[in-house]
Design a protein around this ligand. Structure first.
Ligand SMILES: Nc1ncnc2c1ncn2[C@@H]1O[C@H](COP(=O)(O)OP(=O)(O)OP(=O)(O)O)[C@@H](O)[C@H]1O
Ligand SMILES: [Mg+2]
Length: 266
């Protein structure tokens, strides 16, 4: 049984013309027939230019928006067929990391309260020393000093904030992390630290990841497999190095040419 199976997923958005929701005059086919299998512990890199449907696909996988058709099957269970309460429970298995940690963290919550809230999503009664211990563990896990526990997001650097966001994603003990452009807003030197942290988490916790980026060189660094998306469809899929060195599709070649600084390795 594969960990995650995407079966011919379509997510179409009807566009209403005129005020007050007039007639549907057009349909945006943001995701248009995506099928893929992702194995446990795999990092899938999902690339493609702006507007090709990457975020919509990840939100569809998370069941945050309903698929127009097709199925998301997690560990043999068709998520689209589950009742809402069951979907909410299973959604804990998926956690997201976003591009801008400052926007995704609550500015009025300390690291402690942010992580406490995330831990309680799964362990409702967690409190006191056990809770504090778990928070300290999570902070250590992502390379943050526990002495920062009572600090607020604005007191951290961009890279540190992304570490807080990663700790928060880990808190409900997910099986799958969907990272949507998690390093795009960071300095290049900080980027590689965060990418290395993600690789470490995969190794130590056996996490499966879908890593979304418009930057093929970033994806190459950590993905096992790469899927190239264009206008709602996967136009190329394969082992990372293979896709990188031997792109078959002209669209992938175009993406490769768009990389400003390719480092040739021999
Ligand atoms: N709720 C919505 N209603 C209508 N159209 C939408 C909606 N969400 C996304 N779209 C459209 O679907 C297409 C795919 O958008 P999406 O955000 O998935 O792209 P993306 O690949 O994540 O782009 P980016 O790299 O800029 O984040 C776009 O044309 C977008 O305008
Ligand atoms: Mg996006």
């Amino acid at each position: 049984m594969s960990f995650l199976e995407l079966q011919d997923i379509k997510t179409h958005f009807p566009v209403h013309k005129g005020m007050f929701g007039g007639k549907v005059t057009e349909v945006v086919k943001a995701v248009d027939g995506v099928s893929m299998t992702i194995n446990q512990g795999e990092i899938l890199g999902l690339v493609g230019e702006s507007g090709c449907g990457k975020s919509t696909l990840s939100r569809t996988i998370m069941q945050l928006i309903p698929a127009t058709s097709g199925a998301v099957v997690l560990e043999g269970q068709n998520l689209s067929a589950l009742p809402q309460y069951e979907v909410r429970r299973r959604r804990l298995d998926f956690q997201m990391i976003f591009q801008d940690p400052y926007a995704s963290l609550n500015p009025r919550m300390t690291v402690h309260s942010t992580l406490a809230e995330a831990i309680r999503q799964r362990h409702k009664d967690a409190k006191g020393k056990v809770l504090d211990q778990r928070i300290a563990e999570l902070m250590e896990r992502v390379g943050l000093d526990q002495r920062f526990m009572k600090k607020y997001p604005h007191e951290f650097s961009g890279g540190q904030r992304q570490r807080i966001a990663i700790a928060r994603a880990l808190a409900p003990e997910p099986k799958l992390i969907l990272a949507d452009e998690p390093v795009s807003a960071l300095d290049v030197s900080i980027q590689s630290q965060i990418l290395n942290l993600l690789l470490e988490l995969r190794k130590d916790l056996g996490l499966t990841m879908i890593f979304i980026s418009h930057d093929l060189s970033v994806v190459r660094y950590l993905a096992d497999n790469i899927a190239v998306m264009n206008q709602g469809k996967i136009v190329e899929y394969g082992e990372a190095e293979e896709v990188f060195n031997n792109a078959q599709h002209s669209y992938t070649q175009k993406l490769l040419e768009a990389i400003p600084r390719i480092q040739h390795s021999a």
